[in-house]
Design a protein around this ligand. Structure first.
Ligand code: 5IU
Length: 465
C-alpha cells in the first residue's frame, strides 16, 4: 500500500490534479483542475484508491448493504471495492433505457436496504444527490457517500442539508498542502486556490422555502399581466406544456392547435417557416387560442439593435406584435433590444417578452456570466420581460417564468446537437416552469395522446416539486 503522501504524489504525476489556469464548463476560470478519469490507465493506483475509499467507510462505521459508484469515473472504483470485499453493487444508468423495463438502476435493489455512494470528486454535491434520488426511487436508502476528493466548494454542506453525510479521503487543500511540502507546487498556489474556493463556494445556508404555486406567483404585485394570464391558464387547465408547432402550413397548425389545445398553456410558432402565412390564418389561430384558452408565443429570437428590432416586431408582412402574446429576444445586443421592442407598444400590458438566458443546444456560448447579466437585464424591464428561455431556473424572482425547450419523454440528443431532458428533470429537478415540446409531439404516431402524456408528465413534475 502507498502512504497518503505517496498516493497524492502519484495523482499529481499522472496529472489527475493540475494547477494553472483552466476555463471550466461554467465559464469560470479555475486555478486547479481535477480529472480522475485518467486513473483507469493505472490499475494498481485504481486499486489503492478504491481500498482507501472502502477504509474510509469502515472508519466512519457506515452500515450498508450495497454500493453504487456515481457514473462514470467512480464506477470502476465501486467495482474494485465490490469485488475485493464481496459487497453487492448497484449501477445507476445515466439514461433510462428507452425500451423494455425503463430501469434506471441495475442490480438487486433490496427494499429499504442502505446503499453507499462512491464518488471521485465532489464540488457542489449535485451528482451524488442526483444518484441518491434515483436510488431512492428504486427503493433503497442513501445515508452516506464516500468521496476521494472534496473540492470544498459547498458539497458537504449541501449534501448534509439533504441528509447525506459526505466522508472524504482527501480535501483539495489537504492535497495541496502535501504537494507544497513535497515542493511540487509553490505556497502562493495554495493561497490562490484557497481564495478561489472561498469565492466559489456553492453552499447557501439553509434557505429552503416551499416554492410558491403558479397561482401564488400570478398574484404577486409585480407580476406582468401577460404572465398573470399564463399562470392563471396553467392552474385552471393544469398544464405547463407549451407546444412548439414547428410545421410549415396553417392547415396542420390549426388542426393541431384545435386538437391539443385543451392540453397546452401556450403554443409556440415560427412564423417564418410557414408557407402560407396570412392575416386570415393568424386570425384563425387567435380564435383557437381564445376557444381553448392558451397564449401564442412567437419564437422570433430577436437579436438586433433596438431600432431594427422595433421594425421587425411591428412591421414587415408578419406584424408580429399585432398577434403574439409573447415573443423572445437574445440578450446579446444589450438592454437596447428590450427598449426597442417595447417602445413600439401602445399598451404594454398585453404583450410580453422572454429573454434567452440559455439554449438547449450543445456547445452554445451562453456561459454563467451571460446568464446572470440576462437576469439583471430582465429585472430592469419588468414591464415587458416576464421570464426566460433557459435549461434550468435562473431567477429567484417568483414573477419570472422559466420556459425550457429540448424536452422529450426520454433523454437524448438529435442529429444537430439539440439536447433532450425529461419533463421531470426540467420541472422538478431543474426548477423550470414550462416545458416546450416540438418533435416529441409532432413525430408521434398519435399526436393527441402524446400531447396529453406530456401535459400529465409536466404537471406531475410540478406537483412533485
Ligand atoms: N428552441 C430550442 N432551444 C433553444 C431555443 C429554442 O429548441 O434554446 I432559444 C426551439 C427550437 C424548436 C423548439 O422550435 O424550441 C424545440 O423543438 P423540439 O422539441 O422539436 O426539439
Amino acid at each position: 500500500m502507498l502512504s497518503r503522501e505517496e498516493l497524492v504524489l502519484r495523482l499529481f504525476e499522472i496529472e489527475a490534479v493540475k494547477f494553472g489556469s483552466f476555463t471550466l464548463k461554467s465559464g469560470i476560470v479555475s486555478p486547479v483542475y481535477v480529472d480522475l478519469r485518467v486513473m483507469i490507465s493505472y490499475p494498481s493506483l485504481l486499486k489503492e484508491v478504491s481500498e482507501l475509499l472502502w477504509k474510509k467507510a469502515e472508519e466512519a462505521n457506515v452500515q450498508y448493504k450495497s454500493l453504487c459508484g456515481v457514473p462514470y469515473t467512480a464506477l470502476p472504483m465501486a467495482t474494485c471495492i465490490s469485488v475485493d470485499h464481496d459487497i453487492p453493487m448497484l449501477i445507476r444508468r445515466k439514461e433510462a433505457k428507452d425500451y423494455g423495463t425503463k430501469k434506471k438502476v441495475e442490480g438487486n435493489c433490496e427494499k429499504d436496504s442502505v446503499c453507499l455512494i462512491i464518488e471521485d470528486v465532489v464540488t457542489t454535491g449535485s451528482s451524488v444527490y442526483e444518484t441518491a434520488e434515483i436510488l431512492e426511487e428504486a427503493g433503497v436508502r442513501v445515508t452516506d457517500a464516500i468521496v476521494l476528493l472534496d473540492r470544498e466548494q459547498g458539497g458537504k454542506a449541501n449534501l448534509c442539508n439533504k441528509n447525506i453525510t459526505l466522508h472524504s479521503v482527501f480535501t483539495l487543500t489537504g492535497v495541496m498542502k502535501i504537494l507544497v511540502e513535497k515542493e511540487k507546487i509553490k505556497p502562493n498556489q495554495l493561497q490562490e486556490v484557497k481564495s478561489f474556493l472561498a469565492k466559489n463556494n456553492s453552499f447557501k445556508p439553509s434557505t429552503i422555502h416551499r416554492s410558491l404555486s403558479f397561482r401564488e406567483r400570478g398574484m404577486q404585485k409585480q407580476t406582468h399581466p401577460v404572465a398573470r394570464r399564463l399562470f392563471d391558464i396553467m392552474e385552471q387547465k393544469q398544464t405547463n406544456l407549451c407546444f412548439s408547432a414547428d410545421v410549415d402550413n396553417f392547415a396542420e397548425l390549426l388542426e393541431l392547435a384545435d386538437k391539443i389545445g385543451q392540453y397546452i398553456c401556450c403554443i409556440k410558432t415560427h412564423v417564418d417557416i410557414m408557407e402560407d402565412f396570412s392575416a386570415q390564418n393568424i386570425k384563425s389561430l387567435k380564435e383557437l387560442s381564445v376557444r381553448h384558452n392558451f397564449l401564442i408565443f412567437e419564437d422570433r429570437k430577436f437579436a438586433d439593435i433596438g431600432n431594427t428590432v422595433r421594425s421587425q416586431y411591428t412591421g414587415g408582412i408578419y406584424k408580429i406584435s399585432d398577434w403574439c402574446d409573447i415573443t423572445n429576444a437574445h440578450s446579446l445586443p444589450g438592454p437596447g433590444i428590450v427598449s426597442g421592442l417595447k417602445s413600439s407598444l401602445d399598451d404594454k400590458s398585453t404583450r410580453a417578452c422572454l429573454l434567452i438566458a440559455e439554449m438547449s443546444s450543445q456547445g452554445n456560448l451562453a456561459d454563467s456570466k451571460y446568464k446572470q447579466s440576462t437576469v439583471e437585464m430582465a429585472s430592469e424591464h419588468g414591464d415587458f420581460v416576464i421570464g426566460f428561455i433557459c435549461t434550468s431556473k435562473v431567477s429567484e424572482n417568483p414573477s419570472h417564468i422559466h420556459f425550457t425547450p429540448g424536452v422529450k419523454l426520454i433523454n437524448g440528443v438529435d442529429g444537430f446537437g439539440q439536447k433532450y431532458l425529461t419533463p421531470d428533470e426540467v420541472i422538478r429537478r431543474r426548477g423550470s416552469d414550462v416545458i416546450i415540446v416540438g418533435r416529441g409531439i409532432t413525430e408521434s404516431a398519435n399526436r393527441i395522446k402524446t400531447a396529453k402524456e406530456f401535459q400529465e408528465a409536466g404537471w406531475m413534475a410540478y406537483n412533485r416539486r
